[in-house]
Ligand binder design. Structure first.
Ligand code: SAM
Length: 345
């Protein structure tokens, strides 16, 4: 019976997961957590006044946020929990507001098509995003507001928000890095600050390259950081680089496409050139241990972003790099499920 009650507790979290998530979203939209960070210990009436809610609306919202561990009630006064303070306010070390917004606006409806996507073996959830094209990225390029929400969610706030990437000593002797699918330029700019010797070229879709160029100008890096607009599947990789990076990219694609891109990288690199893969991955055993992000990301790519791909384990990248012709593969995976795999030509 004890086992039954424990399982019932766990099952409630799953069965009502949508309620917990939307409570988090509403708390962010209303700026409830910022309010309790600025004025800890206010009562329900004050919360209602500040958020311009009726007292009944504030009452049920606070019941929900207390239930889901976001706020605490002590003697009729309300406080953020340490979790809310750590992730949900302007002072947070790791604010998740942009990512939560992306999950809500772009992914939430698409996840209702998981079973249909699994059966059809493709991204049936993409029908929830307006526009043409068979990938989320092609459709985002047609919706400036959604593309901005996506890029804001992916953008690192600072070097600490991309665990063990900016510390990688392997960038120390790279002269010119081609960042395939590099995004709007923030990562390249942070990497440049860590490695002053480096030149970086971002190869991304034209709309994203425009944003990257603006970022480089703002940061004063236009001399060393530039862009190469195009489609990395159909357009050739520029030559003259000594390292090629796929960051948070290969997990979007099927094995065939990954090996195609790795072979393309191999052909574009000189002898001794480096191939760097950074992203998220599950453990080699695919046991589900420490794999919340890997499980979510695998579903997300499959049912929405591309209709293929997953948060592959390092073992797969090792094998594909060898298949593409590379040797001496090194790899790391940390407790945040980030992976860093590097091979040399
Ligand atoms: C998940 S984001 C990764 C961004 C960045 N590398 C990072 O580490 O956060 C994938 C990027 O690949 C770009 N992309 C997707 N398909 C592409 C294609 N066929 N050609 C060029 N860029 C593409 C998208 O525009 C997006 O900026």
């Amino acid at each position: 019976m004890q086992d039954y009650m424990e399982n019932f507790e766990k099952m409630k979290r799953l069965m009502l997961g949508f309620s917990a998530f939307q409570t988090l979203v509403a708390g962010e939209k209303l700026k409830l957590f910022q309010l309790l960070s600025d004025y800890p210990g206010i009562d329900r009436k004050k919360v209602a006044e500040n958020l311009k809610l009726s007292e009944h609306a504030a009452r049920i919202m606070l019941l929900a946020t207390c239930t889901y561990g976001l706020t605490e009630r002590k003697d009729g006064k309300y406080f953020n929990t340490s979790m809310a303070d750590q992730f949900l306010t302007e002072k947070s070390i790791f604010p998740i507001a942009n990512f939560t917004k992306y999950n809500d606006v772009v992914q939430y409806k698409a996840f209702q098509y998981l079973a249909e996507s699994l059966k059809a073996d493709t991204n049936v959830g993409l029908q929830t995003i307006p526009g043409e094209g068979n990938s989320l990225y092609k459709r985002l390029a047609q919706s400036p507001e959604l593309e901005r929400i996506f890029q804001d969610a992916m953008a690192p706030k600072d070097r600490n928000s991309r665990s063990f990437y900016f510390d990688a000593k392997e960038f120390g002797d790279v002269k010119h890095l081609l960042d395939v699918g590099g995004g709007p330029g923030l990562i390249a700019s942070l990497l440049k600050k860590e490695n002053p010797q480096i030149k970086i070229t971002i190869f991304d879709l034209p709309t994203v390259c425009e944003r990257a160029q603006a970022t480089f100008k703002e940061e004063g890096f236009s001399a060393d950081l530039d862009v190469h607009p195009g489609d990395f599947f159909t357009d050739p990789f520029p030559s003259g680089v000594d390292a090629i990076q796929f960051s948070h990219l290969l997990e979007i694609f099927s094995e065939d496409k990954i090996v195609f891109l790795m072979k393309k990288a191999y052909d574009a690199l000189p002898k001794g050139g480096k191939l760097i893969v950074y992203g998220m991955g599950c453990d080699d055993e695919e046991s589900g241990h420490n794999a919340d992000m890997a499980a979510w990301g695998s579903l997300y790519f499959f049912l929405l972003a591309s209709g293929e791909g997953m948060m592959y384990p390092c073992a797969d990248y090792r094998r594909w790099m060898k298949e593409a012709g590379f040797s001496s593969v090194i790899e790391r995976r940390n407790e945040f499920e980030n992976i860093f795999v590097m091979a040399t030509k």
